[in-house]
Design a protein. Structure first.
Length: 201
């Protein structure tokens, strides 16, 4: 990975201006990658301009791929259309990394370089769930782990997994697990106690 990262070029002011102006004249001279999304683009890509500190520049698509970035679905920097399944992998990875933050369909579409409608339709076709449902599932899984491993309050855990409305979090948790957060914690504590008792015997 270090060797791949060392191929990154300096982000000069000229290249940065080409990126924020979507300047097609620079296509072919470099590609730029965004560290937060792990996606790389042509300079002319019409996607939302990234934060400068998150940008890495490479001479070509091959180097960006070697550094484990994925090609943008919108501007196709490798010259090939990105398969839907790979695009959905990008989206799920972004959700897995950012589920604690506020996420809307529009934000996901911006980050993963597509339209909200197309992203929603493609994600559901590939995974069987909508992007919003996947975000909810990811948050509830993280909450389950925190309930078992920490003594944090339900309200604190709700915020820690990106859900700042505690009553809504509790309703959603019960919908997914069949139990309230408190019941889930108590059930797991009883199981742990029973396991300890068996081992001690």
């Amino acid at each position: 990975m270090e060797a791949a990262d060392s191929m990154a070029q300096q982000l000069t002011e000229e290249k940065w201006q080409a990126i924020i102006r979507n300047d097609a004249a620079y296509d072919g001279s470099f590609v730029y990658a965004v560290k937060t999304t792990r996606i790389f683009c042509r300079p002319s890509c019409k996607s939302k301009a990234p934060n400068r500190e998150n940008v890495q520049v490479f001479a070509n698509a091959r180097q960006a791929l070697a550094a484990r970035f994925r090609p943008c679905k919108r501007c196709k920097p490798t010259g090939q259309r990105l398969p839907d399944r790979e695009w959905v992998e990008q989206i799920t990875q972004y959700i897995d990394d950012h589920f604690r933050e506020r996420l809307t369909l529009e934000m996901l579409a911006d980050a993963c370089h597509g339209s909200p409608y197309h992203l929603h339709r493609t994600f559901k076709r590939i995974t069987g769930v909508t992007p919003v449902e996947y975000v909810q599932q990811t948050r509830i899984r993280a909450a389950q782990e925190l309930l078992v491993r920490t003594g944090e309050s339900v309200a604190a855990i709700s915020s820690m997994v990106g859900m700042h409305n505690t009553p809504y979090f509790m309703t959603l948790f019960k919908k997914f697990t069949g139990r309230t957060p408190t019941e889930y914690r108590q059930m797991n504590q009883k199981q742990s106690s029973a396991e300890v008792f068996v081992h001690e015997k």
